[in-house]
Ligand binder design. Structure first.
Ligand code: ADP
Ligand code: MG
Length: 317
C-alpha cells in the first residue's frame, strides 16, 4: 500500500532542482548545499482536531502543513529549498492523498521547493513537514536581538485566522470565506522575511498569538514591549464582521496568523514599511521595545489591557 501512496505523492509534487542529487525513492535523500551558505531547518506537526478542524479539505491540510513550516523559515529570513513529509493516515484513502499532495504542491511550486522524502504510517491523521532553507552566515533573523528603543512592527493583518475559526461554527459560514481562507491557507511571508535581513533587529512568526510570540522575543532579548491596541492592523473582512473588542482579542491572542512580528530601529522603520508594501503584505508599526520584561498592551481607552487569552499552549489549553 505504501508504495502506491508514495508514488502518488511523488508524481503530484514533482519539481526539479539541480541541488537534489537523490529525491524520493532511496533510503535517504541526498542534496548539495551551496558553498558559503548555511542551512536553516524547521519541523512542525499538524494533528487533526488540534491544528486543523475535522473536515478540513485535504488540499488545505497539505497547503497549511507546508505553510506553517515556510513561515518558520520566513521568520529566519531564510530561502526555502527542500522539504520532508511524514504522514500518518487512518486509512489508505487515495483521494485524500491526491488532495493533500496537490495543496502542498500549490504552495511549494512558486518557491521552487522540492519534496525530497518522507515517511508514511497508519494511525490518527497527523501531518509533519520538515523544511530546509538557506541563510548566509550571520544573516539569520533571531528572537534574541531586539534593542530598547526599537519599534515593533507586524506584516499583513492580525486575528483573521482566529476569527475564521469562530465563523466556521456559524450555521452559514459562506459570508466569512476570506477569514476562513486565512485559517485554512495562511500565506507564509517568505519574501518579507528576506527583505528584513540585515535591517530588522529581531523577528518571529505569529503562530500562537501576538502577545505570546512577541513575548518570546522579549524573553530571549531581555527586554519588554508596549503594544497599542489601536494600531493593530485589521483586515477589511475583520472590520466588516467583528466589533473592535473582538477584533483586538483575536489579534492579540488568536493563533495561526503566520504574519511576521519584528523589531527595527525607528530610523529604518519607514523605509522597511515601504519595501514590504511593495511586496504586497505591508507592515504596520504597533508598538515599541522598552526596558523591563513582558508585553504590555495599551487598550483603546488608554488603559492597560489584559488579553482575555494568553496564546496557545498545548499543555495548558
Ligand atoms: P524506509 O523503509 O527506508 O524508511 P520508506 O518506504 O519509508 O522507506 O520510504 C521510501 C521512500 O519514499 C523514501 O525515499 C522516503 O523518503 C519516501 N517517502 C515515504 N513516505 C513519503 C511521503 N509521505 N512523502 C514523501 N516521500 C515519502
Ligand atoms: Mg520510512
Amino acid at each position: 500500500m505504501e508504495f502506491d501512496l508514495i508514488e502518488r505523492i511523488r508524481q503530484r509534487t514533482a519539481s526539479h532542482r539541480d541541488d537534489v542529487r537523490l529525491g524520493i525513492g532511496d533510503d535517504a535523500a541526498v542534496v548539495a548545499v551551496p558553498s558559503g551558505r548555511e542551512l536553516a531547518i524547521a519541523v512542525d506537526t499538524l494533528v487533526e482536531g488540534i491544528h486543523f478542524p475535522v473536515g478540513t479539505a485535504p488540499a488545505d491540510i497539505g497547503w497549511k502543513a507546508l505553510a506553517v513550516n515556510l513561515s518558520d523559515l520566513a521568520a529566519m529570513g531564510a530561502t526555502p529549498a527542500w522539504a520532508l513529509l511524514a504522514l500518518t493516515l487512518p486509512t489508505q484513502d487515495e483521494a485524500f492523498i491526491d488532495g493533500l499532495a496537490q495543496g502542498f504542491a500549490e504552495l511549494a511550486t512558486p518557491f521552487r521547493l522540492a519534496l525530497i522524502g518522507g515517511d508514511t504510517t497508519r494511525g490518527p491523521l497527523t501531518v509533519t513537514v520538515a523544511v530546509h532553507g538557506f541563510t548566509a552566515p550571520e544573516e539569520a533573523l533571531l528572537r534574541s536581538t531586539a534593542r530598547v528603543g526599537d519599534v515593533v512592527m507586524v506584516t499583513g493583518t492580525l486575528g483573521d485566522a482566529a476569527a475564521g475559526l469562530r465563523c466556521l461554527a456559524e450555521a452559514d459560514p459562506s459570508p466569512y470565506g476570506e477569514l476562513i481562507g486565512r485559517l485554512n491557507r495562511p500565506t507564509p511571508r517568505v519574501s518579507a522575511g528576506q527583505a528584513l535581513r540585515g535591517i530588522a533587529t529581531a523577528c518571529i512568526d505569529v503562530s500562537d498569538g501576538l502577545v505570546a510570540d512577541l513575548g518570546h522575543i522579549c524573553a530571549q532579548s531581555g527586554v519588554g514591549a508596549e503594544i497599542d491596541a489601536a494600531l493593530l492592523p485589521r483586515s477589511s473582512a475583520m472590520l466588516t464582521h467583528f466589533h473592535d473588542a473582538d477584533a483586538i482579542d483575536f489579534a492579540l491572542g488568536g493563533g495561526d496568523d503566520y504574519e511576521l512580528c519584528f523589531t527595527v530601529s525607528a530610523e529604518r522603520a519607514g523605509d522597511l514599511a515601504a519595501d514590504l508594501a511593495r511586496l504586497g503584505c505591508g507592515a504596520t508599526r504597533i508598538g515599541r521595545v522598552v526596558e523591563g520584561q513582558g508585553v504590555r498592551v495599551i487598550g483603546l481607552d488608554g488603559e492597560a489591557l489584559v488579553p482575555s487569552r494568553a496564546g496557545w499552549n498545548h499543555f495548558t489549553a
